[in-house]
Write a protein that binds this ligand. Sequence first.
Ligand code: SF4
Length: 216
Amino acid sequence: MQLPYNPGDVRRIDELLNNHWPDAACELQARDPFEFLVAVICSAQTSDQRVNQVMAVLQEHLCGLPAYAAISIPDLSALLSRLPLYRQKARAISECARLISELHGGELPRDPHALRQLPGVGAKTAAVVLGNRLGVPAIAVDSHVARCSQRLGLSRSTQATSIELDLCRRFPQDRWVQLCHQLIRLGRAHCRPKAPRCSSCPLRRVCPANGVNDAR
Ligand code: SF4
């Protein structure tokens, strides 16, 4: 598929993202990789701030994967009750703890396929965990990453899998993880879904969608 950007434009986008969000990183708070997986599962349909409030509660009661494998689902649900879908999340977390303990010796697998076999772990969750806690380069496509990639001309696709492949082709591996956090920052601050703030966007000079539905 012909994409609208040449490598020079990608380099300029990369420079601007690095200039404006040099410290962009995951904001979920967790003490170990399993707790990070718990936080990412909890983050579906809610904010990082809300998840961090709930993680603080979890950290008061539970420490390490064995504690999550031992707690009952009703008790875990009660601890998660400030989250949307908390019963489903509690079931997924409990089952993850059991399976990781039984099948992977208590360690999160670094293999993307094995991670995605766990309940509640889709492609995006697996990529977030791999990239941010397991040292495996990965691109996690959420709604911000998808929208910003489309508007910046980095991908023409609306499918997360294809957007991920387009970004993987265009950016070096060592940029993948932070690139996602930078696109999320861009999406929250400027490139909003319905009324993008193009006039204040630091990428406006390289963006083919500059001015389209600009909220000003
Ligand atoms: S110029 Fe507008 S459409 Fe382009 S990235 Fe910035 S906010 Fe989004």
